[in-house]
Structure formats: structure tokens, C-alpha cells
Design a protein. Structure first.
Length: 173
């Protein structure tokens, strides 16, 4: 829930409560890799409820989501694998956020670094509303961009091939 009010100078103050509509919120940090996802589940006070790794497949994510306390919000660092995970978690979570990788590194830089620590730091940034969030385009826009990137690649390769053939033909003259 968001409370908005004006302070004595007339400046708008916006505060977010740590309570979800149905009780306490649980905050989940994910450290995403190609084959595994490390996770850390914390409550509003920062107490760790669950930690571990889950396989980076839809089936394993579905099984894992059934074990989570409700309601939950999740955050992950933007990677090449973020899109499908974001789309898969979105219908089940209260909120899904994606963190800007460079800004997150600046905030959560640590001497001790491993997947579990990264997941915990992301959960803490989310819990304290200190997550450097980045824009996540809709599925339709991301699909369209992927198609256009592939088309651009094909056009570029076609032009390169035409230029090579033209060069070969010019050598024979």
C-alpha cells in the first residue's frame, strides 16, 4: 500500500508499507544463471526463510513456487536469461522486478561473492526499496525486437554474400 501526503514545505512524501494486502510480504532475490538459479527468501525484517538453488527450467520453477510463502515479490539482475523467467514468474508473484546490473554492482559490492550472497543482497535491496530497477519491455515488444534483430542479421549476411560474389566476378574480368 502506498501512502501519499504533503510535508510542512508542501513536498510530496510517498511511503510504501511492508504489508501486502493479505499479510506480511516475502522478498525473494534471484541470482540467475544458464542452468541454475540461486534464491534467498526473506521477510520484511530481513529474516531468511529459505535459501538454495533451483534448476533453470519452467518445470523446476513451478515446483519451487509451490513451496514459497505467500504473498511474495521477486527481483533478479538483468541477464540474457531474465526475459523468460520474468514472464514465467509474473502471474504468480505480487511483483517481479529486474535490477540494472551495473548499478546493482555499485550498490551491493561485496568482498565475499558467491551466488547465495548475491541472491541475499538482491533480496535485501528489494526489501529496503533500494533496488536499481530497469525497464522491462512487454513480451510482445521483446518478441518483435528479437524478430527484427534476426531480420537485420539476415539482411546483413545477404549483403555480405552479394558483395563477395560481386568481388569474385570482378576478379574474373
Amino acid at each position: 500500500m502506498v501512502y501519499k501526503k504533503l510535508n510542512s514545505t508542501g513536498t510530496l512524501i510517498q511511503r510504501t508499507t511492508t504489508e501486502a494486502p493479505h499479510g506480511p510480504m516475502y522478498y525473494i532475490g534471484l541470482d540467475v544463471h544458464k542452468k541454475t538459479i540461486s534464491y534467498c527468501v526473506k521477510d520484511a525484517s530481513g529474516l531468511v526463510h529459505q535459501e538454495g538453488k533451483v534448476g533453470a527450467t519452467r518445470w523446476e520453477l513451478d515446483a519451487w513456487m509451490k513451496t514459497l510463502p505467500q504473498p511474495w515479490t521477486v527481483a533478479m539482475e538483468a541477464t540474457i536469461f531474465t526475459g523468460w523467467i520474468y514472464d514465467h514468474l509474473r502471474p504468480h508473484a505480487h511483483d517481479v522486478k529486474v535490477a540494472h546490473p551495473l548499478m546493482l554492482r555499485a550498490i551491493a559490492a561485496a568482498k565475499k561473492k558467491n551466488d547465495q550472497v548475491d541472491a541475499s543482497k538482491i533480496a535485501d535491496c528489494l526489501r529496503c526499496d533500494f533496488l536499481p530497477e530497469c525497464y522491462m519491455a512487454s513480451t510482445e515488444i521483446r518478441d518483435r525486437r528479437r524478430t527484427l534483430r534476426y531480420r537485420h542479421l539476415l539482411v546483413r549476411q545477404m549483403v555480405q554474400m552479394k558483395n563477395r560474389v560481386s568481388g569474385l566476378l570482378m576478379e574474373r574480368e
